[in-house]
Design a protein. Structure first.
Length: 419
């Protein structure tokens, strides 16, 4: 049984290697980005663009931004992921959200509100429990970490866009079984954690040169756009947990602070009845700190840090330098003709030496449906182009490393409805 538990702990370390280099935390699965698209962009999540059905996992404030356009989203994985390339470790996730922009209603106020749900699970496989006298299994048990999270976010526009959100998640962790006094015991725990986050977006093009454009032909104008988003979140706020059948061994959950920004540059093609995103470029970076320390003067007792931890805005967020306490993530995303998005990213710092790489591609029906609608007078095409998008995601985590992990996902988006 000990060997099984050691193997499970090793797998957990690789799930989120950075947690264990600062202070031990239970259920490290909770820190993983659930969005396949943003996984391919260095697992960023605190100041991401509002383009993803599950982009709100690491910052619930993102729901306020996505709800400006998205009324309903869902995302699922067509097949379970072999996590770290191991067929015994299976990762799966599912999410959905509802949103509404009240600026499109009779109220006509610049407020949007969204609610979301995400369910994730990392399955470690079946473990056999043996006794001291024989290697034959006495019984078997499943081992896994899983959670269900509910989130709500809102955004209000007054020159700048101000967004805030909160989330609550229930989690359960099962790491095996034991025989105690002849009785079968499952080693498990569960608990509840909370997240909160904020974002501020400065839409520079809207504020400074909203009327500027370059006419390329009759009725068509190319308009440049630029914006800057700052984001901050704290996730997994909760009490220490204790596994049943492992008495007097309490561990904190991975409370995590994230601070970052997203710079967007691009061009839109605009006419009287069409707005087409020709190109969007996003540079996204964030600093991440697990807010756990060990007090060496007090028998290595675990303590939670303050809400910024060891994050330095100058060194980590602006200087983009990770260190032995803070992970820095950097990503570039290129969204072309609302059809294909290419992502590349890297992250380094605490627990990640040398740096780790990611990549991803997203294919969307949005661009094609807009093109067809612009060239054919058809009511069905018009409805689809305005209200329905289907997306396919393919991302690689730990690229060019022996534990390279490939993730595929499918997203469905219903948008721009007014009631």
């Amino acid at each position: 049984m000990k060997l099984k538990i050691i193997g499970l702990i090793f797998a957990s370390v690789l799930v989120s290697q950075n947690i264990y280099s600062q202070g031990e935390a239970a259920v490290p699965f909770l820190v993983l980005q659930q969005s396949p698209q943003f996984t391919g962009a260095a697992q960023v999540g605190v100041a991401v663009p509002p383009i993803d059905p599950m982009g709100f996992y690491l910052n619930p404030a993102v729901l306020g931004e996505t709800s400006k356009e998205f009324n309903f989203t869902t995302l699922f994985l067509p097949s379970k992921v072999n996590w770290l390339g191991w067929d015994k470790l299976k990762f799966n996730t599912f999410g959905m959200s509802l949103g509404y922009n009240f600026e499109n209603s009779l109220l006509n106020i610049p407020l949007s509100i969204g609610i979301g749900f995400i369910s994730g699970k990392l399955d470690y496989g079946t473990f056999a429990v043996t006794g001291p006298e024989s290697p034959n299994p006495i019984f078997t048990t499943e081992s896994y970490d899983k959670f269900n999270q509910f989130s709500i976010g809102a955004s209000y526009s007054f020159y700048l866009d101000f967004s805030a959100g909160i989330a609550s998640k229930y989690f359960k962790s099962v790491i095996g079984g034991r025989m105690i006094d002849g009785q079968r015991r499952i080693v498990e725990t569960d608990g509840t954690a909370f997240d909160y986050g904020f974002m501020i977006t400065a839409p520079f093009s809207k504020l400074l040169f909203n009327d500027y454009g370059i006419s390329i032909k009759k009725d068509f104008t190319i308009k440049p756009k630029t914006s800057l988003t700052l984001g901050y979140s704290v996730t997994n706020i909760g009490d220490e947990i204790e596994y049943s059948s492992l008495e007097n061994q309490k561990d904190p959950i991975p409370r995590t602070a994230r601070l970052g920004y997203n710079l967007n540059l691009g061009f839109d093609l605009v006419s009287d009845n069409l707005k087409f995103n020709l190109l969007d470029y996003y540079f996204i970076t964030e600093a991440e700190d697990i807010l756990i320390t060990r007090d060496e003067t007090n028998n290595y007792k675990t303590e939670y840090q303050d809400l910024m931890g060891d994050i330095s805005f100058g060194k980590h967020v602006i200087g983009l330098k990770g260190d032995d306490k803070v992970v820095v993530r950097k990503a570039h995303m290129f969204r072309i003709l609302e059809t294909v998005t290419f992502s590349i990213g890297r992250f380094d710092g605490r627990g990640y030496y040398p740096l780790r790489k990611t990549s991803g591609v997203t294919v969307s029906t949005t661009g094609l449906s807009k093109y067809l609608n612009a060239n054919f007078d058809n009511g069905v095409l018009q409805f689809i182009s305005e209200h329905i998008s289907i997306e396919y995601y393919n991302s690689t985590l730990f690229k060019d490393w022996e534990f390279e992990t490939d993730i595929e996902g499918v997203g469905i988006i219903l948008k721009n409805f007014s009631f």
